[in-house]
Design a protein. Sequence first.
Length: 413
Amino acid sequence: MKEVTVIGAGIVGICTSLSLIEAGAKVRLIDRDAPGQGTSYGNAGVISPWSIIPQSMPGVWKNIPKWLLDPNGPVSVDFSHLPKLIPWAVKFLAQARPEYVHAAVEAMELLNQDNIQRYRTHLEGTGHEHLIQDSYYVHAYRDADAADISNLEYKIRQEKGADLERIDTSALQKLEPALTHDYKAAILIKGQARATSPGLIGEVLANKFLSMGGAIVQAKVLELQQIADLWLIKTTEEQIITDNVVIAAGAWSTELLKPLGYNIPMQYERGYHAMFKDPGVTLTHSIMDVDYKCVASSMDEGLRVAGQAEFANLEKPPTKARANRMGKLARRMVPDLPETLPETWMGTRPSLPDSLPCIGEFSGSKNLYAAFGHSHYGLMMAPKTGSLVADIVMKNPINTDLSALKPERFTAK
């Protein structure tokens, strides 16, 4: 029986562990946090087969100055972090070339196309099937002219088979009466789903993994060492010898890999949320405010508004002003929210310049595998990532070109 240790118990690590144990491996899952309660806990809950548009698109550079100058804008930068960000940003902007966009779309489609059904399969029999609800992904616009269904990102989705519809403000109010009347149009992306409690999904699937014979170790991983064909994992609690290692530690993955000689260009894209526990209003769908790049969704715990991007060092504490700003943006989207202060949260997305994760075996290190770098798409891409990694580790044939995802595509050891 193959023995595999997965480092990182976010939703990607959990789904990878589940797929591995289903494939017949003996699996250990390690994380300093409880499973699914780190960055995976606080996202907007969107599960979209049509999230196939990379972050770097033609013309994106034109928006960056106004985003940075707007205190409520979707992007902010800790200026002490700027020297580390600039080389990454140059790579990011280069990815807007049409041939790179096309390659990214194909890879994102592979990872997202059947994510709803994969989650339902994972949740089947757990008693928590209700955690995935069918919905639309509503892109809401304050400028009606900007809601152009012929724009490149919508055109790509339609060419891939997405069912889209543009609606005016009156139809949007009928669909979601709680939304502000400032929205003058919206584009509906149909055939979506939403997670009503991302953190609980992680907890439920981790418990399923345990029930199948998996092991979970709560400890911080300090170092990896290769000893012949084995791996030594040093943690705060113990030292572990294992045959195979999967790195699924999100933003912390590259810190573990640097001592092994792998320098992967990752940035730490911090996202925030505001959660209103007793909102007094309900949303039926996931609503993205296109101007501010944040998403509102009703969840089991209340109404959550999540999103935006703050570039800063990995261990920097949350920026209080930006966390508080999420509550203000929430009220701009849903004006009847109560005046009570919401709970705020911050998580760190692991973002690579091409919007794609690293998936596969490191060519310079036997039995070391990557499953990290999912940026904004970790919840959506987790089930397929887990399935692919399980096939790679178990040496099952894969009739798909994964070269766009190989972990050493940016730099060789």
